[in-house]
Design a protein around this ligand. Structure first.
Ligand code: UD1
Ligand code: CA
Length: 416
């Protein structure tokens, strides 16, 4: 978008999380919280994105993409001070600046797009997002005059008894005319109770100076949820999880029981695949169409399944590929395996992929038959149409030729 730059506030300590991990790196649905905000900035075509860092800045910096402008806020003196610390990057810039918080992962890109559009259309100095919520504790309350025009934002600590009952709150997403924002930012006085400079005080400064401020109310109050506690993370995850499942269902995936299905954000699943209850699917997983997954399946990171694959109960798969129409219906484990198509893997089959030092690969070729309770001590290769007998242990380094049958412990080829 022309004339738009973004600031993401992410310097805060997140003390209420009681965690050693920086707040914005906490994982929600497979993504660090800040990624949800970075995606919004990118999707709006923001020309430059400034991320304000402070507490544990090095750790957060490591995670950020290279095209981000990192600004260090030396002392955590509040949200207004955080914006001030980026002033150098806005000198001479005449466009708009979108300010978002790194701790509001439920914001939708369409809402922020609408916020920016509204701002440009009304041609005001500031437009910010509000929400009407049931639990307003901790949020800035929106103070409006008799005519309904917004006058100020009042933070929890400073709100009167009457103001505390206001259910319209500040989400923490603002669009400003950059030059005017930076002109008035210095007029914000320190909050005496918290010894911080509140960005929210800019509203009263602007309206007091005859500048026009507009608000936009979200129609989905959940969007405004700011993550401050571990409980908030759980609430956010629940919302994000259901959004992911809804998206998949819209693409033709059957999810029998969304209440017990956990699928991470970037998982891809083909149409008519059925996900049965109590299934977990983690990062970077791609599942073809017409597959049957679960119940009680756990598909961990970096797994690719072809079409018409069946993965049944108590199966765990990690860093593996499985070809079309392969079946693994009952409990077992596949790790670092490449499995062909039309393979049958019996109950209790296990790849022993880790020898204590290295993770080793297992290769099972097309139409092989892995008998119940087979243990494949990787690295191992099972040839095309080869068979491993029930309860066998295929020892490290073994290559079973195409069409051969092995049985026993250690597994040996049966000669006819
Ligand atoms: C803030 C708003 C509040 C709003 C709520 C929405 C202020 C004063 N209050 O409150 O009106 O309802 O968000 O979730 O802005 N940060 C910095 N540097 C600092 C302090 C904070 O970068 O010195 C960052 C934090 O990392 C966070 C964001 O700013 O990402 C908001 O700070 P936080 O302390 O979480 O503010 P809230 O109390 O939630
Ligand atoms: Ca917050």
């Amino acid at each position: 978008m022309k004339d738009l730059r973004t600031i993401i506030l992410a310097a805060g300590k997140g003390a209420r999380l009681k965690s050693d991990i920086p707040k914005v790196l906490h994982n929600i649905g497979g993504e660090p919280m800040i990624d949800y905000i970075l995606i919004i900035a990118k999707s709006l075509g923001s020309l430059k994105t400034n991320v304000i860092l402070g507490h544990q800045s090095e750790k957060v910096k490591e995670h950020l993409p290279e095209n981000i402008d990192i600004v260090i806020q030396n002392k955590l003196l509040g949200t207004a001070d955080a914006v001030k610390s980026a002033a150098g990057n806005f000198r001479g810039y005449k466009g708009d600046v979108l300010i978002l918080s790194g701790d509001t992962p439920l914001l939708k890109k369409d809402t922020i797009k609408e916020l920016v559009r509204h701002h440009k259309k009304k041609d005001v100095v500031c437009t910010f997002l509000t929400a009407v919520v049931q639990d307003n504790f901790g949020y800035g309350r929106i103070i409006r005059g008799m005519n309904g025009a917004v006058m100020a934002i009042r933070e929890e600590n400073d709100a009167s008894k009457y103001e505390k009952n206001i259910v319209e709150i500040n989400v923490g997403a603002y669009c400003f005319k950059s030059e005017i924002l930076y002109k008035f930012l210095n007029s914000i006085a320190v909050n005496k109770k918290k010894k911080e400079f509140y960005l929210t005080d800019i509203i009263e400064v602007l309206t007091g100076n005859g500048q026009k401020v507009e608000t936009l109310e979200t129609d989905d109050a959940k969007e405004g949820l700011g993550v401050n506690t571990q409980e908030d993370i759980a609430v956010c995850y629940d919302v994000i999880r259901h959004r992911i499942l809804k998206d998949l269902m819209r693409q033709g995936v059957t999810i029998i029981d969304p209440q017990t299905t956990y699928i991470n954000a970037k998982v891809k699943i083909g149409r008519d695949t059925v996900i049965r209850p109590f299934t977990f699917i983690e990062d970077n997983v791609k599942i073809g169409s017409h597959c049957m997954i679960g119940p009680f399946a756990r598909i961990r990171a970096d797994v690719k399944l072809g079409n018409k694959v069946t993965i049944g109960n108590f199966v765990e798969i990690s860093r593996s590929q499985i070809g079309n129409e392969t079946i693994m219906k009952h409990f077992g484990f596949l790790g670092d395996a490449v499995v062909g198509s039309h393979v049958n893997i019996g109950a209790g089959a296990v790849t022993a992929n880790y020898d204590g030092v290295n993770k080793n690969k297992t290769r099972i070729n097309d139409q092989a038959f892995i008998g119940s309770d087979s243990i494949l001590v990787a690295p191992v290769k099972v040839g095309k149409k080869a068979v491993t007998g029930a309860g066998c242990v295929v020892t490290k380094g073994k290559i079973i030729p195409d069409g051969k049958v092995v049985v026993g412990v250690p597994a040996k080829i049966i000669t006819h």
